[in-house]
Design a protein around this ligand. Structure first.
Ligand code: XMP
Length: 323
């Protein structure tokens, strides 16, 4: 019988085994890294150091979330501002897989550099890397189970290659758990329901929600429109009825009227889907009044947007993200 307290005890045991060592965590604030860090902190205390890399491709809700976690948890969170580095590395890059590769590579480079600086300045040495790897990730990366074959539709690497390169041992206290068990564990550790039931957010972030080359203005438009959608979902109590809900910036211009004049501006697309694992998905049928409120707010409040469209494609054939 595998109940919540046994799951937690097993996870604590994995953390206890490493003893009095310094542990590093690539912390995103997502459910997995948050639960892994929270339970580890109970055993490791100040030996756990969480590094949050700000790649400049985060949503307003992510910036608010990380500040809240800094204030309201015992986690020792170090924020690394790497916005300019990412933006420079991505300059003029418009091909989706290329963007993913650059974002993944930059993450590793910057993380490694900042951690080495931190070790030097604080005269400490990290031996372990804490990761929120779940059971399905363990299975997926086992060549025995998938026959050594893998088909890449989109490369979903986030921190791949980090442990080998930095010569760190891995600590993966969630490696026997499924997502719903991790959420349950988060609640039993006293984490807020909102924190444990956040939608998934891809590693490359808004980088794959801005079609084509990433410009600061496009980042602003997708951030502001995403925040409006998020606020309205919470207000209408619809957040938990979707798997993911976000906005996509389309780098095309259309004609419209704003104020007393002609406008020739960009388009925001609303993407809301229902899914149980992200492998297949249905577009979410939202109430028309809700869509109208969101559309009106986006065109009124986001400078540069005159048109809002609604994606009614399920997966397959359309992937959840647009890139
Ligand atoms: P797609 O777009 O492939 O997305 O239907 C399926 C799920 O995976 C997420 N996704 C990613 N997650 N790195 C990630 O960590 C990525 O590069 C990536 N691409 C897609 C997507 O948000 C959805 O939940």
């Amino acid at each position: 019988d595998w109940n919540a307290s046994e799951m937690l005890e097993e996870a604590f045991e994995m953390v206890r085994e490493i003893g009095d060592k310094k542990v590093l965590c690539a912390f995103s604030g997502g459910v997995d890294s948050l639960v892994a860090a929270t339970l580890s902190e109970r055993i490791l205390g100040k030996n756990l150091h969480c590094f949050f890399v700000d790649n400049g491709l985060l949503r307003i809700q992510d910036y608010n979330h990380i500040q809240k976690l800094k204030r309201e948890t015992n986690l020792n969170i170090e924020i690394v501002d790497a916005k300019d580095d990412f933006l420079n590395a991505l300059k003029s890059v418009d091909e989706p897989e290329q963007k993913r590769k650059i974002i993944g590579r930059m993450f590793i480079e910057i993380f490694e550099k900042k951690v080495h600086e931190y070790e030097k300045n604080h005269k400490i040495h990290f031996e372990y890397l804490l990761q929120g790897t779940l059971y399905p990730d363990v299975i997926e990366s086992s060549p025995h189970i998938n026959g050594g074959k893998s088909v890449t539709i989109k490369s979903h690497h986030n921190v791949g290659g980090l442990p080998e390169r930095m010569k760190l041992k891995l600590l993966e206290p969630l490696r026997h758990l499924f997502k719903d068990e991790v959420r349950e564990m988060g609640l039993s550790l006293g984490l807020k329901r909102d924190w444990v039931y956040r939608h998934p957010f891809p590693g490359p972030g808004l980088g794959v929600r801005i079609l084509g080359a990433i410009e600061p203005e496009a980042i602003r438009m997708v951030q502001e429109s995403d925040q409006i959608l998020f606020e309205e979902l919470i207000e209408a109590k619809l957040y938990q009825s979707t798997w993911q809900a976000f906005t996509v910036f389309l780098p095309i211009k259309t004609v419209g009227v704003k104020g007393d004049g002609r406008a020739y501006e960009h388009v925001i697309c609303l993407r809301m889907v229902n899914s149980s694992d992200g492998m297949t998905a249905n577009w979410s049928h939202f109430p028309h009044e809700f869509l109208e409120t969101v559309s009106r707010r986006i065109t009124n409040e986001v400078k540069g947007i005159t048109r809002v469209v609604y994606d009614i494609t399920s997966k397959p054939p359309g992937t959840i993200e647009w890139e």
